[in-house]
Structure formats: structure tokens, C-alpha cells
Design a protein around this ligand. Structure first.
Ligand code: E4P
Length: 289
């Protein structure tokens, strides 16, 4: 064990569809507060890869059954944690179809957060789920306006019921400083009632981890390799004075938004959200015959 969980102000999740990694991460850290999955991670998971390597695919019901088995195993390993389970969505998926999938997935395990994309359809479903007491993780967040819309669509939620997942690495990939988005969302939410927790996602390296811990982001989901590096470094990167190296990435400026605005009035369009949806759908569909 490399540190005490109580020394951290950020909850630590694993970002993976591989049960073996969950077991190893718990061994390395001594704890895990939860796990996030997505269609691409499920497609990459050993069970799915072995099947593809045999030249076989899944039928549509089989692929959901496979996903259910993976998250059931994760839930058994982390019964007190949160397990994020993502609905299938493409540009044509209706709110009704997302709603039906989300309800079904939520029944798979007692500790699910249902992942929905930050689109009009996803937010429509999130609003409903929150009213029904379900937990949601609003994914593919690339702008502060999207995070403001998540806040506005889920007002009245209890603490821990709603996560928003800003994707750091994918913004970095196109030259924008992804951690600025986390910073801006935390600053904006500080003026709110705390019903949405920021979950730093798409983390790629140890410096990302150090930065989000120093920002006291509510949750960070880490790929296994970052957990392994953390364990190897054997240090406690929770110091709030951590300063990331000067970045060559373009800063993302803070924007003023009124969190009391109707969520439908925010401009939630983002190219990376659209591309992300397409990629998740393609990876999922590739599993199906
Ligand atoms: C987790 O919730 C996200 O789906 C994941 O962190 C995305 O990571 P990637 O940008 O490395 O695919």
C-alpha cells in the first residue's frame, strides 16, 4: 500500500474493462473507490478480445450479457464503490432507447452510475433518471457550457448522485490544456450547491494525476498504467502545492455561466463529443455480428 485513502481528497477510480486490472489495482493501492467503463474499454477487455481472436463475434443480446457479467464481477470486487456503465448511443439513438438501456443496466448491479453522453438526448434522460433516484455519470464533457448544462439538468439530485466526466487527454491531444477545463468546472461549481461531482477522465499520465489531486477534483479515473506508475513512484502526490510544468498547450479560459439557466439554453454542441460518440458506437458495433 502506498498511501492512506484518508490522505486524499479525491476519490480514485480505475478506468478499465479488465477485471484482472481491478484486482491488481486494489493490491497496489490498497483500495479503489470505483471503476469506470465505456464501450471501447469493454471492446478491449480480454474476454471480448479472445472472442474476436477466435474469429467469433457476439449477437446483440450476447454483447449486453457479456457487459453485464463484467460489471457484475466489478461490483462484487468493489461492493462499496461506484461502477460506471455506459449506454450505447449513436447520433440516431432516441431518449427512449437510452432510457430503456439505462434502466436495464441499472438493474444489473446495486452500485451503478449510468453513463450518458452530454447531448440533448442524454440530458433529457439524465433529468428523468435523477428524478427517479438513479445515479448518472455524464460523459464526453469537453466544455464548461456542457458542465453547466449537466448541473442545470440535474438540480435537486443528492450528493454523489451525479458525476460529470471532463476528458483531459482528448483535449490535450488537440493542443488544448485539458486540466484547465477541470479547473474551470470546479471554480464554476464552487458557486453551486455541490450536487454534481467532477470526475476527471481521459487521464493519460502521472502529471495529470498529480494536477487533479492538487486541484482537489472530486474523483479521478485512472488507466491501470497510471496506477502502476503511482505505486512504483511510491510517493504521495496529494500535495496541494503541486505545480505542473509549464505547458505548451493552449489555455482554456474561464467563462461566466448562470447555473440557474434552463439546461436547454446552453450551447452543448462540441465536436469531440460527437466524435467520441461515433468511436464508442464503432467499437461496440465491431463486437457484434
Ligand atoms: C472514462 O470515464 C472515460 O470514458 C475514459 O477516461 C476515456 O479515456 P480515453 O480518452 O483515454 O479514451
Amino acid at each position: 500500500m502506498i498511501m492512506h485513502k484518508q490522505d486524499l481528497q479525491t476519490k480514485i477510480f480505475l478506468d478499465s474493462g479488465d477485471i484482472a486490472e481491478t484486482k491488481k489495482a486494489v493490491e497496489l493501492l490498497g483500495f479503489l473507490d470505483g471503476q469506470t467503463t465505456n464501450p471501447s474499454l469493454i471492446a478491449k477487455s480480454p474476454g471480448a478480445q479472445e472472442r474476436l481472436a477466435r474469429g467469433e463475434k457476439f449477437s446483440a443480446p450476447e454483447v449486453y450479457d457479456y457487459y453485464r457479467k463484467v460489471v457484475s464481477a466489478l461490483s462484487a470486487l468493489l461492493p462499496d464503490g461506484s461502477i460506471s456503465v455506459e449506454v450505447y448511443a449513436d447520433s440516431a439513438t432516441t431518449p427512449d432507447a437510452m432510457y430503456a438501456q439505462g434502466r436495464e443496466m441499472n438493474a444489473w448491479i446495486p452500485n451503478a452510475h449510468i453513463k450518458l453522453p452530454i447531448t440533448t438526448a442524454g440530458l433529457t434522460v439524465a433529468e428523468k433518471f435523477v428524478r427517479e433516484g438513479m445515479r448518472v455519470n455524464m460523459t464526453l464533457c469537453f466544455s464548461q457550457a456542457q458542465a453547466a448544462a449537466v448541473y442545470a439538468a440535474t438540480k435537486g439530485a443528492r450528493p454523489g448522485q451525479v458525476f460529470v466526466s471532463p476528458f483531459i487527454g482528448r483535449l490535450d491531444d488537440r493542443g488544448e490544456n485539458g486540466v484547465d477545463l477541470i479547473k474551470n468546472i470546479l471554480q464554476m461549481y464552487a458557486a453551486g450547491d455541490g450536487h454534481v461531482q467532477a470526475l476527471a477522465a481521459s487521464l493519460r499520465n502521472f502529471e495529470h494525476l498529480q494536477t487533479v489531486l492538487a486541484l482537489h477534483c472530486n474523483i479521478a479515473t485512472l488507466p491501470f498504467k497510471v496506477i502502476a506508475e503511482w505505486a512504483e513512484q511510491g510517493i504521495q502526490p496529494s500535495a496541494s502545492n503541486f505545480q505542473p510544468q509549464l505547458s505548451s498547450l493552449t489555455p482554456i479560459a474561464y467563462q461566466e455561466f448562470d447555473l440557474q439557466t434552463n439546461w436547454r439554453d446552453f450551447n452543448i454542441q462540441h465536436e469531440l463529443t460527437e466524435r467520441g460518440i461515433e468511436k464508442f458506437a464503432a467499437d461496440w458495433n465491431n463486437l457484434i455480428e
